[in-house]
Design a protein around this ligand. Sequence first.
Ligand code: ADP
Ligand code: MG
Length: 210
Amino acid sequence: MDAATIATWMHGIDVVMREEKDHLVQLDAAIGDGDHGTNMTRGFEAVVQALNADSSSPPGKLLILAGRTLVGTVGGASGPLWGSALRSGGRVLGDQPTFEGMQLVEVLAAALASVKDLGTASLGDKTMVDALEPAVETLRARLSGGASVADALGDAGDAAEAGMRSTIPLQARKGRASYLGERSIGHQDPGATSTALIIRALQRAVAQAS
Ligand code: ADP
Ligand code: MG
């Protein structure tokens, strides 16, 4: 995997966020302020533009550029959270031109750590952590067990989607949805939903690279 894998991943996120924009808006309208689809679409559109203007940077630097762009263009909670996540992930790779499966795990683990650090959410708080943490753990476990990156990412995508669905019966303890108290129960978290889309986009980008 290399810089092209990251560029393909970011491009794939941009496409799927536009496709799912209305759905994400609906989910956020139910337990938030209805801007999540707009936030993610605006953010990743800007990321793709920034990456298109950079044809020479290594993968880690592209992730840092993507993160910085998200922070600069998205006002909602998801911008700084995913922005710092991608910057932290990018720093793991330094200036190296390529990376392997276990380093991809470290990139995503650093991204997760950054989200948890900034947002102080734990598993079960009904946030993007509920999709991202199981994805990272599954990816690590499957690669350690000898699976191919493609297979491990497929299972990580399944784990992210299971985590996304697991938010439905939960009461939100972080973010805007927590203001609703018990009324947040019964709705799927928008940030966990977009996170599952982001992991699936990574799976497709890596499949395309190999
Ligand atoms: P805002 O809530 O500012 O309108 P968005 O609508 O773009 O921002 O994003 C909402 C999503 O952000 C939530 O569904 C949740 O997954 C995630 N989120 C909010 N606060 C936190 C937090 N403290 N930690 C982790 N994720 C959070
Ligand atoms: Mg919102």
